[in-house]
Ligand binder design. Structure first.
Ligand SMILES: CC(=O)N[C@H]1[C@@H](OP(=O)(O)OP(=O)(O)OC[C@H]2O[C@@H](n3ccc(=O)[nH]c3=O)[C@H](O)[C@@H]2O)O[C@H](CO)[C@@H](O)[C@@H]1O
Ligand SMILES: C=C(OP(=O)(O)O)C(=O)O
Length: 437
């Protein structure tokens, strides 16, 4: 079994470069299915397992996808098949994002129903309501969603009960090839929505208002391939910022875009962390003593749920009582039990967790329960006394590239091993060199 082994106590120092955003690249790759001519080139693509999964989905749908390091080329000009089986959707829920493009491009799509996952039940009603409002007939049965339309989808006025990121993206993509105007009200405002809108517009779409609460899309006859560079990953950036703060370190997080992480910056500053905006990123200097703060996750520009578990790790080291309230997903506290194995004093009360800090964190064997929990447990290990072993690394690999190598380059005592066969120092140096760190 693979594990990451962390020996806590080292201060992180130096600079780390963030990758292109996982949550931006997945919808952009799905959107490339809308181009009936040309080859799209997508740049700054992180080589993550989720990216490989969505590429497999596209290949299964008869698109041609080629990788060249951080660049992906997609040719979706051939006739597309319309079915995405469960094996892909089970691996990664974002596979469901092909439904909108397929429906708009071919008039029909059959995509396996995404189930719940470790962070909540995650229904898809808002996606489906949107497609129905645009004239699609949607049937759910035998574990599949089947959507079809005779002729083309038509524009519609769609109000979302909750600003769902995925539903906003799926509807935006479908509406780009619909007849007439679609207006999505109470839509998601995340930077990844803006990145997708930019890509769609580069493909010849007419999308306005992305980043605000109302998006207007004038459907066009057809879309062509485009050349697009993915935005930097704000969650990876935030994860390294928290890692720097917890080790009382001094780290420049290169590629971090301050306006994408303003809620995180505000909370870190409230905790006593020094944040300096530099030309090519954000410098984080951890204080000797961290102050407790309260956090409530919210849709963007609120505090991101994808940073909740990493912040929990940091608050475990803060003086005083903090309250973390999760409003986006109903069950995103699976990591609490794992933190408790590290001597954390945490109490779950409904949708909140009370953190009584500072905890005397101790190394332990812990299992990642989801992608961000994996990073959070490793971060806690950086501050814990003794050795922390983190298993279930398949979660980590969905969203972080070379995570342990990047931390090692900043001075962490960390290695990734298979069944305790520890990587010899010379091999570790070679890995760092290979990863260009
Ligand atoms: C690949 C990707 O970009 N994933 C991100 C995306 O997930 P995802 O797009 O799945 O998240 P959503 O914004 O859709 O979900 C937010 C909330 O809305 C609910 N909901 C959603 C759709 C729906 O039809 N009905 C419904 O009730 C969900 O159950 C959840 O409670 O945004 C989340 C919220 O910022 C992030 O945590 C994920 O990292
Ligand atoms: C929850 C996440 O991703 P997904 O929506 O793909 O599960 C995440 O990136 O933290």
């Amino acid at each position: 079994m693979e594990k990451i082994i962390v020996r806590g106590g080292n201060r992180l120092q130096g600079a780390v470069q963030v990758e292109g955003a996982k949550n931006a690249v997945l919808p952009v790759i799905a959107a490339s299915l809308l181009a009936s001519e040309g080859k799209s080139i997508i740049r700054d693509v992180p080589q993550l397992s989720d990216v490989f999964t969505i590429s497999e989905v596209l290949r299964h749908l008869n698109a041609e996808v080629t990788f060249l390091e951080n660049e992906i080329t997609v040719d979706a000009s051939r006739e597309l098949s319309i079915e995405t089986p469960f094996e892909y959707v089970r691996k990664m829920r974002a596979s469901f994002l092909v439904l909108g493009p397929l429906l708009a491009r071919t008039g029909k799509a059959r995509v396996a129903l995404p189930g719940g996952c470790a962070i909540g039940s995650r229904p898809i009603d808002l996606h489906l309501k949107g497609f129905e409002a645009m004239g699609a007939k949607v049937d759910v049965g035998n574990g599949f969603i089947e959507a079809s339309v005779s002729g083309r989808l038509h524009g519609a006025k769609i109000y979302m009960d909750f600003p769902s990121v995925g539903a906003t993206q799926n509807i935006m993509m479908a509406a780009s090839l619909a007849d007439g105007q679609t207006v999505i009200e109470n839509c998601a405002k995340e930077p990844e929505i803006v990145d997708l809108a930019n890509f769609l517009n580069e493909m010849g779409a007419n999308v306005k208002g992305a980043g605000t609460g109302t998006i207007k899309i004038e459907g066009v006859e057809k879309l062509h391939a485009a050349d697009h560079t993915i935005i930097p990953d704000r969650i990876e950036a935030g994860t390294f910022m928290v890692a720097a703060a917890i080790t009382k370190g001094n780290v420049l997080v290169k590629g971090a875009v301050p306006e994408h992480i303003s809620s995180l910056i505000a909370k870190l500053e409230e905790m006593g962390v020094t944040i300096i905006e530099e030309e090519n990123g954000v410098r984080v200097i951890g204080p000797e003593t961290l102050k407790a703060v309260d956090i409530k996750t919210m849709p963007y520009p609120g505090f991101p749920t994808d940073m909740q578990s990493q912040m929990m790790a940091l608050l475990l080291c803060a003086e005083g009582t903090s309250v973390i309230t999760e409003t986006v997903f109903e069950n995103r506290f699976m990591h609490v039990e794992e933190f408790r194995r590290m001597n954390a004093d945490l109490k779950i009360e409904g949708r909140s967790v009370i953190v009584n800090g500072p905890c005397n964190l101790q190394g332990a064997e812990v299992a990642a329960t989801d992608l961000r929990a994996a990073a959070a447990l490793i971060i806690a290990g950086l501050a814990a006394k003794g050795i922390t072993r983190v298993t279930e690394l398949k979660h980590l690999d969905r969203g972080y590239l070379n995570f342990h190598l990047k931390l090692a380059a900043l001075g962490a005592n960390i290695e990734r091993v298979d069944d305790e066969v520890e990587v010899a120092p010379a091999k570790q140096d070679q890995l760092l060199a290979d990863a260009n760190l």
